[in-house]
Ligand binder design. Structure first.
Ligand code: SF4
Length: 258
C-alpha cells in the first residue's frame, strides 16, 4: 500500500493508495470525490474539528478512515465525534503511546473503535501505561475490537499469524510505502532488513534477544541505544497470556471430547 499526501494523490494514476489529509479542505474533498484508487483516508490533526466529523458521518462514499491522534491525553474526549462516523464507514484510531494515551485507548475500546497503538520508543512513563494497556486488552471483557499491535503479536505467539512489529504496525516499507510531499519514498523497501543487519553488525542486544523474530529491531529505531528492558517485559506478558490461553483451550477440547 502506498501512502500519498493529498497534494500528490489527486493526479495519481498508479495502483491503490491511502491518501493522507491534514486540513479540513483536503478531508472534505476526499470524502466527497475520491479517486477510485483511493482505498482509505489517513486523517491527521483533525480530531478537534467537529465540522469534518459531522460531514464524515453523512455517509456517501464509504471510504474507510484511519484517524491519527497527536496528543491522546488532550484529545481523547474528541473520540466521541467518531461514534456517528463509525455507523456509516470503517474507522480506526491510531494512538501514539505518549503519556496519558491509556484514556484514549479505553474510550476508543468502549466506543467499539479498532485501535492501532504506535509505540515508537516508549518512555519509562509510557511503558507503565503500555503494560496497563496490555492487561486491559488481555483481560477486560469490554475489549471486543482489535487493539494493534497487541492483537497481532498475541496471535503470532499463538501461531496464528506471521510477521513482525513493522508489518503489524503498517510501518514496513517493503509493504507500506510512505511518500513525502516531494513524491519521494521515506525509506527504501529493504529498510527493515538493512536496519536489523546494521544492528547485528554493531553488536546491538538484538543479536541475542529472544524477541528478535517478531520485533526485528523495531524498538532500536531511530535511536539504536534505546534500552529495551521494558519492551522485552511487554513481549513476555503477551507471550505468557498466549501460552495460557492455548493451554486452556487444549484442556477444554480434551474435556469436551472425553
Ligand atoms: S526488543 Fe529490543 S533488543 Fe529485542 S529485537 Fe527488539 S529492538 Fe532488538
Amino acid at each position: 500500500m502506498v501512502f500519498l499526501p493529498a497534494t500528490l494523490a489527486e493526479d495519481s494514476s498508479g495502483g491503490p493508495f491511502t491518501v493522507v489529509v491534514q486540513t479540513r479542505e483536503e478531508f472534505t474533498h476526499w470524502l466527497r470525490a475520491p479517486n477510485p484508487n483511493a482505498e482509505s483516508i489517513q486523517v491527521e490533526g483533525l480530531i478537534g474539528d467537529p465540522e469534518v466529523w459531522a460531514l464524515a458521518a453523512q455517509g456517501g462514499m464509504q471510504i474507510p478512515l484511519d484517524v491519527i491522534l497527536s496528543d491522546p491525553a488532550l484529545e481523547f474526549s474528541s473520540l466521541y465525534r467518531l461514534v456517528d462516523v463509525r455507523l456509516v464507514r470503517e474507522v480506526r484510531v491510531s494512538i501514539p503511546t505518549r503519556p496519558g494515551f491509556l484514556k484514549a485507548l479505553r474510550l476508543a475500546a468502549s466506543l467499539q473503535l479498532p485501535v492501532r497503538l504506535l509505540p515508537g520508543q516508549p518512555s519509562p512513563q509510557s511503558l507503565v501505561e503500555l503494560n496497563e494497556a496490555a492487561h486491559f486488552y488481555l483481560r477486560d471483557p469490554m475489549v471486543e475490537v482489535p487493539v494493534e499491535f497487541f492483537h497481532s503479536v498475541f496471535s503470532a505467539f499463538r501461531g496464528m499469524e506471521e510477521g513482525t512489529l513493522w508489518t503489524f504496525l503498517e510501518q514496513d516499507p517493503a509493504f507500506f510505502c510512505h511518500v513525502d510531499p516531494a513524491g519521494q519514498a521515506l525509506h527504501e523497501p529493504d529498510f527493515v532488513e538493512a536496519h536489523l543487519s546494521d544492528l547485528l553488525k554493531t553488536g546491538a542486544e538484538c543479536a541475542t534477544c529472544r524477541w528478535q523474530p517478531i520485533c526485528a529491531g523495531y524498538f532500536k529505531w531511530p535511536d539504536p541505544a534505546y534500552d529495551c528492558a521494558g519492551v522485552k517485559e511487554l513481549f513476555a506478558t503477551l507471550e505468557s497470556a498466549a501460552v495460557e490461553i492455548t493451554r486452556d483451550l487444549a484442556t477444554q477440547e480434551i474435556e469436551s471430547s472425553s
